[in-house]
Design a protein around this ligand. Structure first.
Ligand code: GCU
Length: 678
């Protein structure tokens, strides 16, 4: 059944004209199976080639005819050693794919310095076939630009997933460690295919139980399944664990007993899981415990954990998402205020994990001002793959353009060209410890991610973590070809639809720099009027400040002065309403309703135009999709069609609710031509 379970690794029989391209280049497979990674590589290639080409590719020890595929490392393959490919100059996860001649026969070699490089190369090779690329003159060389490419599961041990819209947690803690669900292997395959090399198993808000021996044994079983695929496990830890499960009276990071407890805990973990990755920590945020409970700093807390992990090679990923009850003036400023002064105070194995924007995974925010502002500290990107603020499972919103917009943003930290991508890949400040995290959208749904198109968000995260300068359009096209079809008549319109989908969502939810208009708590659907939350900065009204005179949050020098957190040139730009890009207008400025926009319209009319545009875009997407029936299987076609219908209904809901609310605030008439809800 076409239930989406195979993700982008479908390996269905290629169309005959396409298979012909490859018939002379896949005759036999020469590959070892001495290690578990080699075996995994071998079975993936067999599965992929057999599926795509519809015939069995024989295994061989030597090249006997044209079209051999030789896979491995100089250590695993005498043939590769003999080819002297200079694999020594490769990084340990790098690979090359080359068309060569061996003993008079045309062959393709996929080589790494380490097994994992060869596995990544094998997935790349399969991708070429899956996307219809020629493979007769290959000379490819790939290295990841970011070291830690990590999924963050916000999974509780009871199976619930925070902000999860794809079923329950895939970790079946009840049956672990004995029962290793085959799904764990498929999960590892999917991740390895896009270069993801780490996974944090439990939620940042989870308790301390995961660190107890019973659970560590379960964690170790998962680590065993993932290891052949180059994936390390990490755990979110609760800062107060020494009290909850250690019987101590304090979790003060400067207390010697607390330090000893964490050291012993780290030793215990590494005894079971020698390649354990490290800890992810949410501290002193949204009520979570942390070092500030003891008047210590984030650096004190992070360094204590880092010291416990350092002897084993582990890292601490300390989150900068701090959100306290006490700073309601402008919560967008809090992370920078708390972390910037600590630059240079973190130990070498600490990364600070920063959300892409200063508020919270909104449809659009400017990039986080910490990027470029902490030169002495490795900063990790945190993206949210699950669509907490973007329509949950059903809305078709491809996040590639959002990720790309943030990564290509210029921090100006060292003048023009100091992009966020260069902060993340370490090249701006010369860091070698680098990372990118994505909050996973994975659950027990057959299709893993709640919808077929949500799989693309997992995919694009992995590809951008591997190389943050890739184009989200190119990635979308790869994904469409692998997931649905290589038929040009299908690919082009679907890629266009995906590429426009994020802007459409911005338009029907939060255009012109608005944000957080979603219903508080669940974050689904419009509620710009809501003031029910006890805490001011949880209320939508706090973010838009709409009244008779205007709308928007004044973050200029005469407002909250959040602009000052950006490099001087940017601060000056964002401080000046005329120079602020209109997509961030209401993020930085409180603007009169009759303000003239660049289009010549008033702000009021322009705001309504955006809401209307968002709805029209979804109508257009439905129309596009309706033309594509028959290009793919009926099951997936119909689900997408139905979800688009939901999305149109809800885009309309967003538009009508927001326009009605803002009209009530502004007291202005609706522009002529505005069609009120039917
Ligand atoms: C958001 C989200 C929470 C999450 C938090 C975090 O506020 O709504 O569910 O816990 O981010 O990133 O820690």
């Amino acid at each position: 059944a076409e239930d989406g379970y195979d993700l982008w690794l479908r390996y269905r029989l290629l169309a005959p004209e396409q298979a012909k391209l490859y018939q002379d280049h896949a005759s036999e497979l020469i590959i070892g199976h001495a290690t578990s990674t080699q075996s995994a590589t071998r079975s993936e290639l067999q599965r992929g080639l057999n599926g795509l080409l519809g015939r069995d590719i024989s295994l061989s020890d030597t090249v006997t005819r044209d079209g051999a595929i030789i896979v491995g490392t100089p250590a695993s393959s005498a043939l590769i050693a003999r080819l002297s490919l200079n694999t020594q100059s490769l990084g340990n996860e790098s690979y090359l794919i080359r068309s060569v001649v061996v003993d008079g026969h045309a062959a393709t070699v996929i080589a790494g310095r380490e097994d994992i490089g060869a596995l990544y190369g094998a997935f790349h090779f399969l991708r070429l076939l899956q996307t219809g690329r020629p493979i007769d003159h290959l000379d490819l060389h790939e290295s990841p630009r970011v070291k830690l490419r990590v999924l963050n599961h916000w999974d509780y041990l009871n199976g619930q997933v925070e902000r999860g819209y794809a079923g329950a947690s895939i970790w079946d803690w009840w049956k672990l460690p004995d029962w290793r669900d085959p799904r764990y292997t498929d999960y590892a395959r999917a991740n390895a295919s896009i270069g993801i090399n780490g996974t944090v198993l439990d939620n940042v808000n989870a308790g301390a139980t995961i660190l107890t021996p019973v659970y560590l044994e379960k964690v170790a079983a998962l680590a065993d399944v993932f290891r052949p695929y180059g994936i390390r496990v990490y755990l979110s830890i609760r800062f107060s664990a020494p009290m909850e499960i250690g019987g101590l009276k304090t979790a003060d990071p400067l207390d010697p007993q607390v330090q000893a407890w964490w050291r012993a805990k780290a030793d215990e973990i590494y005894k079971r899981i020698p390649d354990f990755g490290g800890f992810l920590v949410k501290a002193n945020s949204e009520g979570q415990p942390g070092p500030e409970d003891y008047k210590r700093t984030h650096a004190d807390g992070a360094n204590m954990l880092a010291d416990a992990l350092a002897p084993h090679g582990g890292v601490v990923m300390w989150r900068a998402f701090v959100y306290s009850q006490t700073n309601p003036e402008d919560r967008a400023k809090q992370a920078y205020d708390e972390f910037k002064p600590l630059d240079g105070r973190f130990h070498a194995n600490v990364l600070i994990q920063v959300k892409n924007g200063p508020v919270d995974f909104q449809p659009r925010e400017p990039f986080h001002p910490l990027f470029g502002a902490m030169p002495k500290t490795p900063l990790m990107m945190e993206f949210e793959i699950t669509k907490e603020y973007l329509g949950f499972a059903t809305h078709l919103v491809y996040l590639g353009p959002l990720f790309e917009e943030v990564l290509s943003a210029d921090t100006m930290a060292h003048g023009k060209g100091s992009t966020v991508a260069k902060v993340i890949d370490g090249s701006l400040e010369g860091h070698t410890l680098t990372g990118m995290a994505g909050v996973a959208n994975i659950g027990t749904d057959r299709n893993w991610s709640g919808s077929d198109f949500n799989q693309a968000n997992w995919y694009v995260f992995g590809r951008l973590a591997w190389n943050p300068t890739l184009s989200s359009r190119v990635i979308a096209e790869e994904w469409v070809r692998m997931t649905f079809s290589n038929n040009e008549a299908f690919v082009k319109p679907v890629v266009d639809m995906m590429m426009g989908s994020r802007e459409a969502a911005v338009d029907y939810m939060t255009p012109l720099g608005l944000l957080h208009l979603m219903g508080p708590g669940h974050h689904y659907g419009p509620a710009p009027w809501d003031a029910s939350e006890s805490q001011a900065d949880w209320r939508p009204v706090y973010y838009h400040h709409a009244d008779r005179l205007g709308i928007g949050f004044d973050r200029t020098r005469t407002g909250s002065d959040a602009v000052a957190q950006y490099a001087p040139a940017l601060a000056a730009q964002f401080n000046d309403i005329k120079q602020t890009p209109e997509q961030y207008l209401l993020y930085f400025h409180h603007v009169p309703w009759d303000y003239r926009m660049r289009s010549g319209q008033t702000l009021w009319s322009e705001l309504i135009s955006h809401y209307t545009q968002g709805v029209d875009d979804i109508k257009q997407m439905r129309e596009t999709w309706s033309q594509l029936e028959g290009y793919i299987d009926a099951e997936r076609y119909h689900q997408v069609a139905t979800f688009l219908a939901i999305q149109e209904k809800e885009a309309q809901w967003w538009r009508d609710a927001c326009v009605a609310y803002f009209q009530n605030a502004s007291g202005l008439p609706l522009p002529t031509g505005y069609a009120p809800p039917a």
